[in-house]
Design a protein around this ligand. Structure first.
Ligand code: TRP
Length: 335
């Protein structure tokens, strides 16, 4: 794809850690699709990042293929956007090393995700886990990115990417664009169906607390039926005192495209069973075409491989341009 100077450059990535939840979809991936028409978009499967937790080779291989199919299934168009697999463009690893030297130990140590993941797996607090934000900064800065659509939980990493870019530019002269994060209007954070004070996460022990984008209609209905609400039997958006109901309304808004006022209006005088049914309907209908496209794509490995190859070529070309600037500015002698 031609690089269009007028359009803003968008970059984002998703780790290949299995089928995403509707929280991941609403919080970030849905935005990726929406941004394609007006922006110069670059999207990646962040496979290098997924090595920071214990992952079996067979699982990684399967997950990368499935995530590729899913990106295409949700509507990422490889003719409009650059779509590739992170490890296919070696500049990501190279720039990470450079940016490591522009990241302070104290900054990386303060990252909430690092603290949480370390606490969760104390037997594997590897340096990669610590270094995760430098790799993420490299992903973003390699493409002279203007905008980064992300979920709220990644905002702290994006802030650190900005700090790193500014620090580098201050020492070496203008090299990187300083990116901005873009949060979705609704559904910045989708909560667990079983415990609405926690984020929806597929690592939860309660399999009914999250909906995956490839769940069957029956699974989706069952999970919403069990969703925790409250005893006040009134449907309104109030995340403080009614977190469960507000979460369902948020999901409804995200899938119907209605704003919160219109969504609340749909449920005037209705009961929670009706709300849960309506949310199930909206989610099932929204995911149906994705699921259908996914089934076709995952059966066509040759096509998926061809998409990955083409994407890696376009991304490499652009990554090389930034890296040659970086090497030169830092005084590296090049062959
Ligand atoms: N860390 C992100 C997540 O887990 C994934 C990611 C990797 C990313 N590199 C990125 C997101 C660059 C935005 C930009 O969700």
């Amino acid at each position: 794809m031609e690089q269009n100077e007028q359009k803003k450059t968008v970059f984002s990535a998703v780790q290949p850690t299995g089928t995403p939840t509707i929280g991941n979809y609403i919080g970030a991936m849905k935005n990726f699709v929406a941004m394609q028409d007006e922006h110069d978009c670059i999207y990646a499967v962040a496979d290098l990042h997924s090595l920071t937790v214990d992952i079996a080779p067979a699982v990684l291989r399967k997950n990368v293929t499935e995530m590729t199919a899913l990106f295409l299934a949700i509507g990422i168009d490889p003719e409009k956007s650059v779509f590739f697999v992170q490890s296919h463009v070696h500049e990501h690893a190279e720039l990470t090393w450079i940016l490591n030297c522009y990241t302070q130990f104290g900054e990386a140590r303060r990252m909430t995700q690092f603290k949480e993941k370390s606490a969760k797996a104390p037997e594997n607090v590897n340096v990669g886990l610590f270094d995760y934000p430098s790799l993420m900064a490299a992903d973003i800065l390699l493409y002279q990115t203007d905008l980064v659509p992300i979920g709220k939980d990644q905002m702290q990493h994006l802030e650190l990417s900005r700090t790193i870019a500014e620090r580098f530019n201050n020492r070496n002269g203008a090299t990187f664009k300083v990116p901005e994060g873009v949060l979705p209007k609704y559904g910045k954070k989708i909560q667990s169906l079983g415990n609405p004070s926690a984020k929806m996460s597929k690592s939860s022990a309660d399999a009914n607390s999250y909906v995956l984008v490839l769940d069957t209609p029956e699974e989706i209905r069952r999970k919403f039926k069990r969703a925790v609400t409250d005893s006040d039997a009134c449907i309104r958006y109030d995340p403080e005192t009614k977190p469960g109901v507000s979460n369902l309304l948020t999901i409804y808004s995200a899938f119907t495209g209605k704003d919160m006022a219109a969504s609340e209006k749909d449920f005037g005088g209705k009961d929670y069973a009706y709300l849960k049914d309506s949310v199930s309907d909206a989610v099932i209908e929204g995911l149906r075409p994705i699921k259908e496209r996914y089934e076709k794509l995952i059966a066509d490995k040759a096509y998926l491989t061809a998409v990955m190859k083409k994407g890696a070529e376009s991304a490499s070309y652009r990554a090389r341009r930034t890296m040659s600037k970086v090497w030169r500015k830092l005084g590296f002698v090049r062959p």
